[in-house]
Design a protein around this ligand. Structure first.
Ligand SMILES: Nc1nc2c(ncn2[C@@H]2O[C@H](COP(=O)(O)OP(=O)(O)OP(=O)(O)O)[C@@H](O)[C@H]2O)c(=O)[nH]1
Ligand SMILES: [K+]
Ligand SMILES: [Mg+2]
Length: 372
């Protein structure tokens, strides 16, 4: 471990010496790829599986339930367990000493008809991704979530936020960003085909790409950069196992702050100030979670009856088609599906007759018509 870290430090020192100009740029590509590989090794052991691969750090065994899963990640004693208990009613021991929680405690909160599974996790410390404490297990579990809440203690230094972010980053989690818009396909023959559709201004060039691919021993592939990206983003694409997740910063214990301090936090993007103990601002927190999880409520309407507004079918914004909706109601229902009547914002007229590929919007109403 110390050995690998020493190698990383050496390469980073070399990078600092290497001037950023066109002539040396491709060399930086090699150095960055070397560092990324060493970091994977640091996390996964020598010859290492890449971060986040199946055999890399194992998470806690908690079965998935509900429509989406949210993980609470933070330093010890920031109030994660108190928050879990407040949000879900599931008791998770909270106390004034660090590392009170030693395993993963799941709870469920209901919001807008959706069941959101919330995972309380042990506190992590710096170096968690390299295996300190239960950090690896915590972050592996966090990777299984649809969203992460980084819980912070408002009385603690802001550096804590950076440290947690670094730990997640080292484990291949990319927060609040889209996957780079890059086509990358490996092939058996034909060499490297590299194309820039978008102008590259952040360090990418045919030479840099060639050096990075060489470092990863990729001899044949097709690359199309459809977006202006950094070399690090290109490496992320090659590594292929990064997880792109929405994150909210939950600033807890605001009961310890002055109004002036609170005003500053209120301005920061992706921050939600709360007090778990006093149950302050939890409604806003749930609303923000709801927004980030990108879930849609779709109501069923049996023929000749009013829509069922009490029990929406929850769909994820990644694939909210009529077909997904039908499958959620019953897995064999598609066999007899003919078309659907759809009311709501996705419909051009009310109702619109739609096929299985129609994309639904939040709060649409759907009536399924079966084949005769
Ligand atoms: N003032 C204040 N104290 C809080 C708040 N929320 C939690 N606490 C206190 O902070 C301490 C730690 O709370 P926990 O919920 O155990 O924190 P945790 O993050 O789960 O801690 P570990 O499991 O040890 O990592 C306890 O003494 C709580 O009572 C809050 O909103 N305001
Ligand atoms: K604690
Ligand atoms: Mg706890």
């Amino acid at each position: 471990m110390a050995d690998i870290q020493a190698q990383i430090d050496k390469i980073e020192a070399e990078m600092a010496r290497t001037q950023k100009n066109k002539a040396t740029n491709y060399h930086l590509g090699t150095l960055k790829a070397k560092i990324a590989k060493l970091k994977s090794e640091l996390i996964n052991g020598p010859g290492g599986k890449s971060a986040g691969s199946k055999d890399a750090g194992r998470g806690f065994e908690v079965s998935k339930s509900g429509d989406t899963r949210v993980g609470l990640v933070g330093f010890p004693s920031v109030g994660k367990s108190t928050l879990l208990t407040t949000l879900t009613g599931t008791a998770s021991e909270a106390a004034a000493y660090e590392f009170t929680t030693l395993t993963c405690i799941p709870g469920t909160m209901n919001y807008k008809g959706a069941r959101i599974q919330v995972l309380d996790l042990p506190g992590i410390i710096e170096g968690a991704a390299d295996g300190k404490g239960r950090g690896r297990q915590v972050i592996s579990t966090a990777r299984t979530c649809n969203m992460i809440l980084i819980v912070l203690d408002s009385a603690k230094p802001v550096t804590h936020k950076k440290l947690i972010e670094q730990e997640l980053f080292n484990f291949g989690i990319r927060i609040n960003q889209e996957p780079p818009n890059v086509k990358y396909v490996t092939k058996d023959s034909g060499g490297v085909s590299y194309q820039e559709i978008a102008k590259q201004t952040k360090g990418m060039s045919p030479e840099v790409a060639r050096m990075v691919l060489k470092e990863y021993r990729v001899a044949c592939c097709e690359v199309i950069l459809r977006q202006d990206i950094t070399v690090d983003q290109f490496i992320d694409v090659i590594e292929g196992n990064r997880k792109y997740m929405p994150v909210l910063y939950v600033m807890n214990k605001i009961d310890q702050l002055t109004i002036e301090e609170l005003d500053i936090i209120d301005e920061l993007p992706n921050y939600v100030p709360i007090s778990s103990q006093h149950k302050w601002n939890l409604e806003e927190l749930m609303e923000e979670v709801w927004g980030r999880c990108e879930m849609l409520r779709v109501y069923t309407k049996p023929r000749g009856q009013a829509p069922d507004y009490d029990e929406p079918v929850i769909l994820h914004a990644t694939n909210p088609t009529v077909e997904t909706f039908v499958n959620r109601i019953h897995r064999t229902l598609m066999d007899s599906f003919d078309f659907a009547w759809v009311w709501g914002s996705s419909a051009k007229h009310q109702p619109q007759r739609c096929g299985k590929n129609h994309v639904l919007c939040d709060e649409d109403v759907v009536q399924i018509v079966k084949k005769n």
